[in-house]
Write a protein that binds this ligand. Structure first.
Ligand code: AMP
Length: 414
């Protein structure tokens, strides 16, 4: 009977079938991170609200509209983390990681929270995995980060992935460019959507993301930062592209690429997958050379990305088969209960997956259940202490040595 309680809007339960697909993604990511030396880090699910206001930026949609914030009993404002980079930078400073050999390479995985309008691929609690490479401005770090996400999506077999690449320039260049962009937007104010118009001076870059037709026309003639990159910014972007070219990673330079967080400088990138429809981004990130200083630390360049686990699952659109079991221990008589339990435990200790009946079924019911859970072999413990071994695929059954059942199961097929 269904209860009147349901998972809150925009959240979902991960049922066992879905959990298997997730485990594969998480396992592949963990292996890729480990091979490249990105050590795991975990930060709390909530932080001081101010961290995100300063880190992510007060003008962003995330901070203006999407944070799950609450007051604790000490009247401090806390927020369920909407993203992972600001918390990791906080941890980097709090634990003195700036004193370690640089760069510090970290990876993470966990739930994040944004009060967005729920739809396919967009939830209020979702899961990201990602990495941060903190303490270097080398284009090698940008290229390595991008290649690791490219590798992960390739290894998982995500179809139709495209990489979009852009650069926002250094903080100064970005500031100068934003003035130029604002001037362009002001000159065309009457053609812009109300939403974009209201935010010209707060967050002009978001105009590139607008679906509004009038705004899109205005943006088609807007100056782009990629075109105005100069000096070291231009060299940095060229170096990142050169490294990707040399590694055979395909990409498209997208001068209109923007991201929903304020902290990006220089390289930004986005992996999209057409199969995903409106929420087409699987993962993305970029360089954030000013963030750590913004949070009170020393000037520290860094780069990172995050990918959405739900989006990867949607793009893969496959369900992972249940793994089956190596063995099921059945009993012909209740007096074999203890022996069955001991045997199942022994089989598990020997590395096999083994189950026994926990529901008081008769022998016929146990065999049916063994079949249902995909048990490959069933050991039947008889009333008189003897045992039978049944191969569920062929249906063949034979007597087994009751003193040697674990060996029978671990040593080759019967
Ligand atoms: P962001 O932190 O906004 O750069 O997003 C990084 C990745 O997280 C995106 O590419 C998505 O895959 C995923 N993501 C962001 N917001 C959501 C959401 N509300 N629901 C599901 N996935 C999300």
């Amino acid at each position: 009977m269904a209860s009147k309680y349901q998972a809150p809007r925009g959240t979902f339960d991960v049922l066992p079938d879905a959990a298997r697909g997730r485990a594969r993604i998480e396992g592949a990511a963990a292996a890729i991170f480990a091979r490249a030396g990105y050590e795991p880090i975990a930060t709390p699910a909530f932080e001081d609200t101010e961290l995100f206001e300063r880190g992510v930026g007060r003008s962003t949609d995330i901070v203006r509209k999407e944070m799950f914030s609450f007051e604790d009993k000490g009247e401090r404002s806390l927020t369920l983390r909407p993203e992972g980079t600001a918390p990791i930078c906080r941890a980097y400073l709090e634990h003195g990681m700036h004193k370690l050999a640089q760069p510090v390479k970290l990876s993470y995985l966990g739930p994040f929270f944004r009060h967005e309008r729920p739809q396919a691929g967009r939830y209020r609690q979702f899961h990201q995995l990602g990495l941060e490479c903190i303490g270097t401005d080398s284009p090698l770090a940008d290229a390595e980060a991008i290649m690791l996400l490219s590798d992960l999506l390739g290894e998982l077999g995500v179809p139709g992935v495209q990489l979009r690449l852009g650069s926002l320039g250094s903080l100064d260049a970005r500031r100068a460019y934003l003035e130029e962009l604002k001037a362009h937007l002001h000159a065309h104010e009457s053609e812009l959507s109300a939403d974009v118009r209201e935010r010209i001076d707060i967050n002009p870059l978001r105009a590139f993301d607008s679906d509004d037709e009038g705004t899109r026309d205005v943006m088609a003639s807007a100056p782009t930062i990629v075109a105005s990159l100069a000096g070291e910014d231009a060299e940095h972007f060229a170096a990142v592209r050169g490294l990707l070219d040399a590694a055979g990673v395909g990409y498209e330079v997208d001068p209109t690429l923007v991201r929903g967080l304020d902290y990006y400088t220089r390289t930004i990138f986005s992996f999209v997958c057409d199969a995903l429809g409106a929420q087409s981004e699987i993962g993305g990130g970029g360089r954030y050379d000013g963030l750590i200083e913004q949070l009170g630390g020393p000037p520290t360049p860094a780069v990172g990305w995050a990918a959405g686990i739900e989006r990867i699952l949607l793009a893969l659109d496959e369900t992972e088969e249940a793994p089956g079991r190596d063995a099921f221990v059945a009993i012909a008589d209740e007096n074999q209960r203890q022996r069955a339990m001991a045997l199942a435990v022994e089989l598990r200790h020997a590395g096999l997956s083994a189950e026994l009946d926990l529901a008081g079924r008769g022998l016929k019911g146990q065999l049916k259940h063994a079949n249902r859970i995909g048990a490959r072999r069933v050991l039947i413990l008889e009333t008189d202490g003897s045992a039978q071994l049944r191969d569920m695929e062929s249906g063949e059954q034979r007597a087994a040595d009751p003193g040697n059942l674990v060996d029978e199961m671990t040593g080759g097929e019967s």
